[in-house]
Design a protein around this ligand. Structure first.
Ligand code: SF4
Length: 76
């Protein structure tokens, strides 16, 4: 189902997830609060900038999660 798929691609809360935004290469940490960040995944998927504020990078995930070790500097 298209609707279900797009829902999985949205950031959503999943307590204790093993694939948290924190370890995702699309996530840019908030410099003032390590629990928050921004998701920039759709910049690549859709050709436009799509940022989502993430309130809790430890307990948020989505189907686009990709492991990455990019420094936040790479996003600046
Ligand atoms: S792509 Fe998904 S898992 Fe990765 S930072 Fe964005 S919302 Fe989080």
């Amino acid at each position: 189902m298209q609707a279900e798929k797009s829902l999985q691609n949205q950031p959503h809360t999943e307590a204790g997830t093993s694939r948290p935004c924190r370890s995702c290469k699309w996530q840019t940490p908030d410099p003032t609060d390590p629990h928050r960040g921004q998701c920039t995944a759709n910049r690549h998927a859709m050709g436009g900038v799509w940022k989502r504020w993430l309130r809790d990078v430890e307990n948020t995930t989505c189907a686009r999660h990709e492991e990455g070790k990019l420094s936040f500097r790479d996003h600046v």
